[in-house]
Design a protein around this ligand. Structure first.
Ligand code: SF4
Length: 295
């Protein structure tokens, strides 16, 4: 039986959630990533809610990751976790890895006493949108705040894509904007949980420091992207689809919407979907109901 660590009662600043009824669209880091990668893909998935078919192996990995996040949340709430890990050696292995590394994971520099909350949600009203973040775990004391995120895949050899990912950028930005913490007091820390074939746990850390210069750059990048989004949404409501990425982009080769986008030829007549690019007007408030897709 694993005993949860006893956190002091929460005394942190307001959570930043704007609970007033809002006409604004809600955007997550996943949606910002999609919008940046390909605006047309954002249209397909986030506006029209077309399912992107995934491979079964990929779906299984996503399900395992989801189960681990549920396990962590249960653990931090002090709820029973045995029903979740029994008959699941992989999950048990990741849990063992977490328990072994917990003294490192759950300790802030110079201070073992910190406030912590799992699945901590914050929302920032910005440029006419509601930027919403969900921290797997937020640890904080008077001097610093750490945003922790669990990943159930190997730590990347080249961390560049992690540094450019909107999760790494948006998460500290929203905390700095919705709390008393200066950017320099905030860090984004990824924990990668892996297991060998015989379920020996391997836990690796990747920490990203934050500062005022990054904060300023992220603000500028967000303003630019969201201004573009506003423009594309206005055109979309008049029947013009979101832009596609350039024809020569390799992104289309592995995209589930290649046929719909006229970027690939269907294998059979029956499997083709219309490559109609005229967008049907939609109720834009629907986007607020769209679930975040895991990184
Ligand atoms: S096929 Fe290419 S243009 Fe179309 S949604 Fe996918 S990535 Fe974007």
């Amino acid at each position: 039986m694993v005993e949860p660590i006893d956190f002091p009662a929460p005394t942190l600043q307001p959570d930043g959630i704007d609970r007033r009824p809002s006409p604004y669209l809600r955007l997550s880091q996943s949606q910002l990533n999609r919008l940046t990668a390909c605006p047309r893909k954002f249209q397909h998935i986030d506006l029209e809610q077309l399912a992107a078919p995934g491979e079964s192996a990929q779906q299984e990995r996503q399900d395992q990751g989801t189960r681990f996040h549920q396990l962590m949340q249960q653990w931090f709430l002090g709820l029973p976790i045995e029903p979740l890990v029994q008959d699941d050696p992989l999950l048990q292995s990741w849990l063992n890895g977490f328990v072994n590394a917990a003294p490192s994971i759950l300790t802030l520099t110079h201070d073992r006493t910190a406030w912590g909350q799992s699945e901590h949600i914050r929302t920032l009203e910005f440029e006419g949108y509601l930027l919403t973040v969900v921290y797997d775990l937020l640890l904080a004391n008077q001097q610093q705040a750490q945003i922790l995120d669990w990943k159930t895949y190997p730590r990347p050899q080249n961390p560049r894509w992690l540094l450019q990912n909107w999760q790494t950028r948006l998460y500290p930005f929203v905390l700095a904007e919705t709390s008393d913490f200066d950017p320099e007091q905030i860090a984004m820390i990824y924990w990668f949980f892996q297991s060998s074939s015989d379920h020996v746990p391997d836990v690796q850390r990747f920490s990203v420091a934050y500062d005022a210069a990054q904060h300023k750059q992220i603000r500028a990048d967000l303003v630019h992207l969201l201004t573009q989004l506003t423009n594309w949404l206005e055109r979309y409501q008049n029947g013009e689809p979101f832009p596609q990425i350039p024809l020569e982009s390799s992104e289309c080769d592995r995209c589930s919407f290649a046929i719909r986008c006229d970027r690939a030829h269907p294998a059979t007549e029956q499997s083709s979907s219309p490559s109609v690019d005229r967008a049907a007007p939609i109720q834009l408030t629907n986007i607020a109901d769209i679930e975040e897709v895991a990184l």
